[in-house]
Design a protein around this ligand. Structure first.
Ligand SMILES: [Zn+2]
Length: 333
């Protein structure tokens, strides 16, 4: 009996929490349609903003859309992106909230910010539908529909790009057949080159770190100083040099070397940006404080761990808004 009882307690702990988290998720997180509606609404109601639609659609034909807000004549152009990984819901929601905040608080300064909250719409749509249909088992999709990790699909190819973690279609970090093979990566890289951005911020979750490029760059000292000077609103993120992300501990290094063949991260958007002399940082929005309530999600790389408590969204907005604007203003001409 004791065993049955404790097993059922364990089940309610794991699945009960899980169901509760998912049923609350869409009270605060907008799905793709709601994000599109918000984009339309801001661009309609705000003279200083305009809707963006990238030239190329996603693999399944969804639009990759967003907003530009600010002085639309200014050559000081900046970019914030979210949801290049389809399971990192908070990165899209926070990107949109920053856009909403910026549209209300912008005061004729000499710059404009472009916001693209969903770089991987196909997987985001698939994941939201799955959760709305209460299918709480199984992974949510990080890659695009071709199984490609879009944040490993950018040039240049590095010697480490040949390792199995990037070449295996089974891997969550599969880099695709060749750099920019995927519509989504091509769409955003074309857009960046067309707009000539002065700096870019990429939002991810959930590690509570600020990554600045890059393992492969000689320019590390310049970015390090800027990364370390950023003032967060509530809680500091640890600045780490991009491809060193996984190198913090000997254990992690050992595990990664065994599983992936390499500890180096290749083919990221940030690495490509730096190759094109465009400064960028990657913010990994932090996990919920009560991480042990989410141990199931953690074990299965599932949605809640990538998507902190809905009530924490306001916290993350207040935390990230100041350092993002500070980062951009250090590249304003
Ligand atoms: Zn990510």
């Amino acid at each position: 009996m004791g065993l049955v009882k404790s097993t059922s307690n364990l089940f309610s702990l794991l699945f009960g929490k899980r169901k509760e988290t998912y049923s609350r998720l869409f009270d605060s997180y907008r799905d793709f349609d709601e994000i599109s509606k918000t984009v339309n609404l801001i661009s309609k109601n705000n003279l200083n903003s305009k809707k963006i639609i990238l030239d190329q659609k996603s693999t399944l034909g969804n639009e990759i859309l967003g907003l530009k807000i600010g002085n639309l004549e200014s050559q000081n152009k900046f970019l914030v992106t979210g949801l290049i990984h389809g399971n990192e819901f908070i990165s899209g929601e926070i990107c949109l909230r920053i856009a909403e905040n910026f549209s209300k608080n912008y005061q004729n300064e000499n710059f404009q910010v472009h916001f693209i909250p969903v770089l991987n719409p196909d997987s985001f749509v698939k994941n939201t539908e799955k959760l709305k249909n209460k299918k709480i088992f199984g992974r949510n999709q990080r890659t695009n529909p071709n199984g490609v990790d879009l944040n490993r699909n950018f040039p240049p190819e590095r010697p480490e790009s040949k390792y199995r973690t990037y070449k295996s279609k089974m891997s969550l970090e599969y880099s695709g057949e060749f750099p920019l093979s995927e519509n989504e990566a091509k769409a955003i890289s074309d857009y960046v080159l067309k707009e000539n951005f002065k700096a870019v911020v990429n939002l991810h979750s959930f590690s509570n770190v600020l990554l600045y490029p890059s393992f492969y760059s000689q320019e590390k000292s310049k970015f390090r100083a800027i990364a370390e000077s950023l003032k967060f609103g509530k809680e500091n993120y640890t600045p780490i040099q991009g491809a060193d992300f996984w190198r913090e501990t000997a254990l992690k290094r050992f595990v990664l070397k065994t599983l992936r063949g390499t500890t180096k991260i290749c083919g990221t958007f940030d690495d490509w940006l730096l190759e094109n002399q465009i400064p960028s940082i990657l913010l990994e929005i932090s996990a919920p404080k009560n991480i042990y309530d989410h141990i199931w999600e953690f074990l299965f790389c599932d949605v809640a761990i990538f998507n902190p408590e809905p009530k924490a969204l306001e916290f993350h907005l207040e935390n990230l808004y100041p350092p993002i604007l500070q980062f951009f203003s250090s590249f304003k001409k």
